[in-house]
Write a protein that binds this ligand. Structure first.
Ligand code: ZN
Ligand code: ZN
Length: 215
């Protein structure tokens, strides 16, 4: 059975293959791809097709959840995952930006009870990237979204109003989504969060804490 149940959206993977995502989104896709054999296979195919054919494919996306189901099947069929880039809590694309593979050496800033974050230094583009650490059993402050948010789970897991997410899973939240992720009780959750507009926290202290890391 596929371990990863939530993959990068079709248009996002095609945009990444065409080199048109902004830097923060590109970092999230690159990091997911190191953890996901299904998306790695699909990306290889998209890059081989290239150019105009890729644009045609993006114009005619797969219907319903066919894209997500296809990636889960590819993930199952691809055999054992290679070690290397995916090893450790912070996969290699992220280590390159943070300058370390050791989360303990980062300068974490307080965002809320049990929630800390570090801004990932991406250059250019609209989106910002933040590494979040949420303690076991803790809740992310309730929020809506001023734009689109992508969350990639790197360790641990969480549940929210839309489902359950574990290592390697990507959650895409649009402006209509309001949620409050709750981390599983068996360990802290580390997430890479990429957002093209500020989050809309309900609590004033989360608005204040979030500002320090650019949430
Ligand atoms: Zn995937
Ligand atoms: Zn969110």
């Amino acid at each position: 059975m596929s371990v990863i149940g939530h993959h990068v959206a079709e248009e996002t993977l095609f945009a990444y293959a065409a080199g048109t995502t902004d830097e923060a989104t590109g970092l999230l896709v690159a990091t997911h791809v190191t953890l996901c054999r299904g998306c790695r296979t699909a990306l290889g195919a998209a890059e081989a097709i290239g150019g105009a054919l890729l644009e045609d494919a993006a114009q005619a996306p797969l219907k319903g959840d066919a894209w997500q189901r296809m990636l889960c099947r590819l993930d199952e069929d691809a055999g054992p995952a290679p070690e290397s880039a995916a090893a450790g809590l912070l996969p290699s694309p992220l280590c390159g930006y943070l300058g370390t593979g050791d989360p303990a050496s980062l300068r974490w800033r307080w965002i809320g009870p049990g929630v800390r974050g570090v801004r990932v230094p991406v250059r250019g583009g609209r989106s910002r990237a933040i590494l979040l650490r949420i303690g076991a059993g803790c809740r992310m402050p309730a929020h809506g979204h001023g734009g689109n948010e992508l969350a990639l789970v790197l360790a641990g897991g969480y549940v929210d109003e839309t489902g359950r997410y574990r290592r390697g899973d990507v959650q895409e939240a649009t402006p209509e989504v309001q949620h409050q992720p709750t981390v599983d009780p068996d360990g802290a959750c580390f997430c890479l969060l990429v957002s093209d507009a500020p989050l809309r926290f309900r609590a004033w202290w989360a608005r204040l804490g979030g500002r320090f890391v650019g949430l």
